[in-house]
Write a protein that binds this ligand. Sequence first.
Ligand code: GTP
Length: 256
Amino acid sequence: MTNTQVTLVQIDNYGPWTVTPEPRREADLQTMQSRLYADISQFVGNRGGYTFFTRFDNMIAVTNGLDREDHALLQESVGNRYPVTLSLGIATGTNPVQALADATARLQEAGSAQDKHRRECLEGRVIDEPYRADDDIQIAHFDVINATGNYTDELNAFDTFIEIEQGYAELMRHMRYAHDSLSFFVGGDNVIVVCPDLEADDYEEALGHVEEAVDVEMQVGVGRGKSAHEAGFAAKHALETCRADGTRVELEWQTA
Ligand SMILES: Nc1nc2c(ncn2[C@@H]2O[C@H](COP(=O)(O)OP(=O)(O)OP(=O)(O)O)[C@@H](O)[C@H]2O)c(=O)[nH]1
C-alpha cells in the first residue's frame, strides 16, 4: 500500500516582493524562480525525492526519505542565499491528492501566502524511517507516442506545444478526479504522475480517456519504490519496455 510523503513548498509573501518597491524586471524573476527550482530539485533529488516546479511560487515535492531536519536545512540554505524565504507543509498518506491537501492545509492554517509575518514555517510530519516500505511510492511516467514524428518534425513549435499541453491538461484533470493522482509536466512530451495503488486497467482507462477527449496517444511505464527516485527509475525502465515492445502500459514493481 502506498504511503506518499508530500511537501508543499511556498515562497513567503512572494507576490508583494515582486512589485516592491516597484515591479521587478520579468527576466530577473524568471531567472530567480528557475534557479530556486533547480536548487530545490537538487537538494531533494540528492536525498531520493522529486520536486515539480508547478507554479514556481508554489512547488510540490515527493519527499519520502527526507526528515524534518532535512526540510529545515533546505529552508536555512535558501534563506541564506536567496532574496526570498520558503515555508514548507508536509503530509503523508495512501492517497497523494489527500496528502497534498493536508500539506496545503498545514500552511494555510499557519497564515496567508501573502502574510508578511508568516516566514519559514515548517509544518506537518514525516514518515519515520522504521515505518518506510519498499512500496511507499507508485510513479507513472507517461509520454506521447511518437511525439517527434507526429508533432515536433511536422508542426510549427507553438502548435506542437499546444497539442502536448492539451494532452497534459486532459491527463492531469482525469488522473486527479478519477484516480486520486498528481500529474506534473516535466518537459518534452513527458508527464510524471504520483499515484496511489493503481492497476494496469486504471492506466488503460486513462490512456483511452485522453485519446478520446483530445486525440493524443500516450504510453505509460509504472514503477514502485521506497523513494520517488526508485519508483520513478523503475517507471522509466517500464516505459523503455513500452517503446521496445509497442505496448501501451507496462508495470515494473521494483522492491530494491
Ligand atoms: N523529463 C524528461 N523528459 C524526457 C524523458 N524522455 C524524453 N523526454 C523528453 O521528451 C522528448 C521526446 O522524446 P521521446 O519521448 O523519446 O520521443 P518520441 O518521439 O515521443 O518517441 P517515443 O516516446 O519512442 O514514442 C525529448 O526531447 C525530451 O524533451 C525523460 O525521461 N524525462
